[in-house]
Write a protein that binds this ligand. Structure first.
Ligand code: GTP
Ligand code: MG
Length: 194
């Protein structure tokens, strides 16, 4: 899937700007700053394909990339963002409409920051996915930031939280875009999607 070139297609600011639904899509969702854009770069082996930054609210459009037969979709984050309230509301509505209403969305990857675990806003989005019958795969990001003795506790808390969501796959993929941990596992999961 990531063997060929991954190309930027377009940035979308409204539902009617989405590309023609002519292929299946995989999207990356999660709180602002969780590491969505960085993870897409790690997966594709491209340093600056998706723009990442330390400022929460960096991605403000739905960004489309092609990868093999799929579209890879980088979503704006939810939760706190360093941007005007009105603008944030607008892109959050777009993100939710996309997650609940995109016919060709094959699987969502729901990113959880290892330092924070599952927050109420994550639960809200996961409930939206349950109701929309969009199966999602949870991915823990930034595990390089965890001390060894907190790691198991965090994993337990997140797994227990996922168990409450019928649309969630039970396994949790543990990653770090910093050290590369889990990136191959995630590639394998993506390769196994039929
Ligand atoms: P928004 O577009 O604002 O919603 O954020 P995002 O989820 O796309 O996050 P982004 O990829 O821009 O990353 C946010 C910050 O986290 C950046 O400074 C990244 O370098 C950092 N980051 C992302 N992944 C990791 C990781 O695995 N480990 C560490 N230590 N930092 C990471
Ligand atoms: Mg981003």
């Amino acid at each position: 899937l990531f063997a060929g070139e991954t190309l930027f297609v377009k940035g979308v600011v409204a539902m009617d700007g989405l590309p023609e639904a002519d292929r299946l899509e995989l999207c990356f969702a999660g709180r602002s700053n969780v590491g969505k854009s960085t993870l897409i770069n790690a997966l594709t082996g491209r340093k600056a394909l998706a723009r990442a930054s330390n400022t929460p609210g960096r991605t403000q459009e739905i960004n489309y990339f092609t990868a093999g037969a799929y579209y890879i979709v980088d979503l704006p984050g939810y939760g706190f963002a360093n941007a005007p309230v009105k603008v944030v509301e607008q892109w959050q509505r777009l993100m939710k409409n996309y997650l609940s209403g995109r016919q060709t969305l094959r699987r969502a990857f729901l990113l959880i920051d290892a330092r924070h675990g599952i927050k109420p806003v994550d639960d809200e989005i996961m409930t939206l996915l349950d109701r929309s019958a969009v199966t999602f795969q949870a991915v823990l990001t930034k595990v390089d930031k965890l001390r060894g003795d907190t790691r198991e506790k965090t994993l337990e808390q997140v797994r227990a939280g996922l168990a409450r969501h019928p649309a969630a796959y039970p396994e949790l993929i543990v990653t770090s875009s910093e050290t590369g941990e889990g990136i191959d596992v995630l590639r394998g999961v993506i390769a196994g999607i039929d």
